[in-house]
Design a protein around this ligand. Structure first.
Ligand code: ASP
Ligand code: MG
Length: 462
């Protein structure tokens, strides 16, 4: 078989962990061709983002640079035995660090940080990780070469920070660049980053290495894509909130997508798109317990009567905005103007509902976008349209139940809201997509634990 193995940041957090990763590669490689995709070493992406923000204010953050240098140099020293390989990778890492420092210095001087430059800075996390993993594989006697996403041909648009791959060119390039290599070598490729047609480095959204892996898998028509993470798979609930949560053995692509958008641990929202298009099974497995089978995601829609609902997902860190006005009633255009305005300001809408009276529209956004969203809406709508009020609530969370069995089954919503009312929780907003595989509702953040417990019990997910 041909398999893409994608390792997340926690899987490659230190030298010792990289050895574990390489041992997994070695084992899988015995009977298969392997393509490795890796995230940055744990914490590095967050640090690079902080470094960029400091630089934008003209501040030098020596500590972050030193920490990053130390982390990567320690990993090399700890795990690479062969002197020649060690020298090579040290040199590669120091030249990347120099380039990083130069870029950051530029930002410090002009106190200006474009999305493009931020992407360049943040890309160093993955760029520094892959030569080390590849070097360790060579150190273990496995032929390997490291690449950036751009080098293998992942081409994106110019939406820096959340760029979208240009599918046709990417497919053509990746196939051309990698197909012939796989027989003899293990490519280790940076997740998360691509390159624009102008040759600038771009990133495809936080947690984007999953998306990269799935994309590369599609381009190479692999047999399976494995997301190696630090949990045993997708769980029936967030284990930090509900410790009894169980691993879900199998989900359809659509069920898993519903969970990914709810921030289920271990997946980028678009990660399953390419895999689904090419019908490639995805496994979510634990790097630290690789023998546990994890969660399999494929095209099979398995509905058992006792499993109408397979998981209860939750999303925190949100804010709810309500735009209201009696003159909005029967007056086309308000919603269009409102969402167009938010879109142009790069504010992502997570959930929407409008009452049948048409006198108000409520929607959810990320907490960090709240100030900007309210001010954009107030400036553009108040007094100029039918809108008379823009109000917000910043302590909300979304709870969502997911399962293909809900489609066409009556009584699921009744059961859900019955469970919620029994624990005395007030529901502020409800939405169900027409896919019927997900019912989502908004409650006060402090009620989320009680709600998840009640639902898990009501639907016998234990
Ligand atoms: N390193 C990137 C991030 O932390 C991409 C990834 O981990 O998938 O968002
Ligand atoms: Mg990550």
């Amino acid at each position: 078989m041909k398999i893409v193995l994608k390792f997340g940041g926690t899987s490659v957090g230190s030298g010792k962990k990289i050895i574990n990763v390489c041992e997994i590669v070695q084992k899988v490689k015995k009977n298969n061709q392997v393509i490795v995709v890796s995230s940055a070493l744990q914490s590095t992406t967050d640090e690079l983002l902080e470094l960029s923000e400091n630089a934008k204010k003209g501040q030098v953050n020596k500590k972050i640079i030193n920490d990053i240098v130390q982390r990567h140099q320690d990993a090399i020293k700890d795990i690479i035995q062969d002197k020649k390989i060690q020298d090579e990778v040290f040199e590669k890492v120091s030249s990347l660090i120099k380039e990083l420092e130069k870029t950051v210095e530029g930002v410090i001087i002009v106190k200006e940080l474009s999305d493009k430059t931020r992407d360049k800075i943040v890309s160093f996390g993955e760029q520094l990780a892959v030569p080390i993993i590849s070097a360790k594989l060579r150190d273990m006697g496995i032929k390997s070469e490291s690449f950036t996403g751009g080098e293998v041909g992942i081409m994106t648009d110019e939406n820096f920070g959340n760029a979208s791959p240009l599918m046709k060119v990417t497919q053509h390039n990746v196939k051309n660049n990698l197909s012939n290599l796989l027989e003899e070598t293990v490519p280790v490729i940076t997740g998360f980053i691509g390159v624009t047609q102008q040759g600038d480095i771009s990133t495809i959204g936080r947690g984007g290495s999953d998306f990269s892996a799935s994309l590369i898998g599609m381009c190479l028509s692999v047999d399976e894509i494995w997301f190696m993470t630090d949990v045993d798979g997708l769980l029936t609930a967030n284990p930090n909130i509900y410790p009894n949560a169980k691993t879900i053995p199998q989900l359809s692509y659509d069920e898993a997508v519903e969970m990914a958008t709810m921030g289920a641990k271990g997946m980028h929202a678009r990660a399953l798109e390419p895999a689904k298009t090419a019908n490639i099974p995805v496994r979510i497995k634990n790097t630290f317990r690789p023998d546990v089978s994890g969660t399999l995601i494929n095209d099979q829609i398995i509905v058992k009567p006792e499993e109408i609902t397979k998981a209860v997902a939750s999303l925190n860190g949100l804010a709810m905005i309500t735009v209201a006005g009696m003159n909005m009633v029967g007056n086309p255009g308000t919603a269009g103007e409102m969402f167009g305005m938010l879109g142009r300001n790069k504010i992502n809408i997570i959930m929407i509902s409008q009452s049948i009276s048409e006198a108000n529209i409520t929607f959810l956004i990320r907490h960090e976008d709240l100030r900007k969203a309210v001010s954009v809406l107030q400036v553009s709508l108040l007094g100029k349209s039918g809108v008379t009020d823009v109000t917000s609530d910043d302590e909300v969370c979304v709870i969502s139940i997911v399962g293909a069995g809900m489609k066409g089954t009556s009584g699921v919503a009744a059961k859900l809201f019955n469970a919620i009312s029994k624990v005395d929780i007030n529901v502020q907003m409800i939405a169900q997509g027409s896919s019927e595989q997900n019912i989502s509702f908004v409650i006060h953040e402090s009620d989320s634990k009680a709600a998840i417990e009640a639902i898990h019990k009501e639907f016998n997910m234990d």
